[in-house]
Design a binder for this molecule. Structure first.
Ligand SMILES: N[C@@H](CCC(=O)N[C@@H](CS)C(=O)NCC(=O)O)C(=O)O
Length: 291
């Protein structure tokens, strides 16, 4: 259920739509894209994850798991990005982002559930292949973060990321395999249709836009999924993609990621295509295709 009782009772007095979000957070991106597509006005409350602003008592009184995003709609608090976008589309039906018939609506919900499930892998892969250049926390900083953040799953994840130079290969292989399976499923469904469900863009497409964007930043070989690539070219032309996703990245961010990814490959051989199915698929390609 996306609606929760706020610990911070002052939220109940807020009027309009208020979003607590992270600039690069994929879960925040899908909510911003939905707000933009629906032409809804909203108040921005930026939370810097690199600065650990999600670990403050103030923010954890808003989001009990200390994650972004959190939305307040005229005093009602919601968490969970896929639930939030579904709520927004139901509550504000203008510029509808859901298909008309019930079987397509079921299919749309299944894609939202799949996007939600994909979050754990997206997080592991992003921290391994994109976020390593972020300043390492000192042991004191890590200790403070562990003590101040209530979300023990997140704390364990951040500790493992901070302490190791590379996550265990088995974990990376499994995340790559599951992501590849999702991308293959998306590619198959898009073989004969323009959008994931129905005749127009829906919440299903919005839920997956940030994931494909994120993987493209880490140089995921999207050309192996021709229909998904075509779909991604098409969604990048939406003005919401620019306004709600790209414009929140700091100047030159995508270029910095790309430089890091290339350099790390040259210096250490570590690159997403060296893991799981992606590595096996490269090995099985004829030489003429290995470009
Ligand atoms: N299922 C949640 C996941 C929220 C989540 O994991 N948010 C990430 C950003 S996309 C976060 O806050 N991460 C904190 C961190 O990496 O320290 C949702 O969809 O809203």
């Amino acid at each position: 259920m996306p609606i929760i009782e706020p610990m911070d009772k002052s939220l109940k007095n807020l009027s309009g739509l208020h979003l607590w979000h992270g600039e690069l957070s994929s879960c925040s991106q899908r909510v911003r894209i939905t707000l933009t597509e629906k032409k809804l006005d909203w108040h921005s409350h930026l939370i810097s994850i690199p600065k650990n602003e999600h670990a403050t008592p103030e923010y954890q009184a808003i989001h009990p798991h200390g994650l972004v995003p959190a939305l307040v709609d005229n005093g009602t608090l919601l968490i969970e990005s896929c639930d939030i976008i579904d709520y927004l589309d139901e509550k504000y039906p203008e510029q509808s982002l859901r298909p008309g018939n019930s079987s397509d609506q079921i299919a749309m919900n299944d894609w939202l559930i799949a996007a939600d499930k994909a979050q754990t892998d997206l997080k592991l892969l992003s921290h391994e292949f994109l976020f390593r250049p972020r300043k390492k926390m000192s042991s004191d900083e890590l200790d403070t973060f562990s003590k101040s953040h209530n979300n023990q799953t997140l704390v364990a994840f951040i500790k493992e990321w901070q302490i190791r130079d590379v996550f265990p290969k088995k974990k990376l292989d499994q995340s790559v395999d599951r992501t590849h399976a999702d991308f293959t499923k998306l590619d198959n469904i898009l073989r004969n249709q323009k959008w994931l469900v129905g005749e127009k863009m829906s919440l299903a497409d919005i839920a997956w836009m940030p994931n494909i964007h994120r993987m493209s930043l880490m140089d995921w070989p999207l050309d192996r999924y021709p229909n998904l690539s075509r779909w991604f070219d098409q969604v990048q032309l939406r003005s919401s993609y620019q306004t709600a996703l790209v414009n929140w990245e700091s100047e030159g961010q995508a270029h910095r990621f790309q430089t890091y990814v290339k350099q790390r490959k040259i210096e250490t051989g570590i690159h997403v295509t060296e893991f799981g199915t992606l590595a096996k698929t490269t090995a099985s390609l004829p030489n003429s295709c290995r470009c």
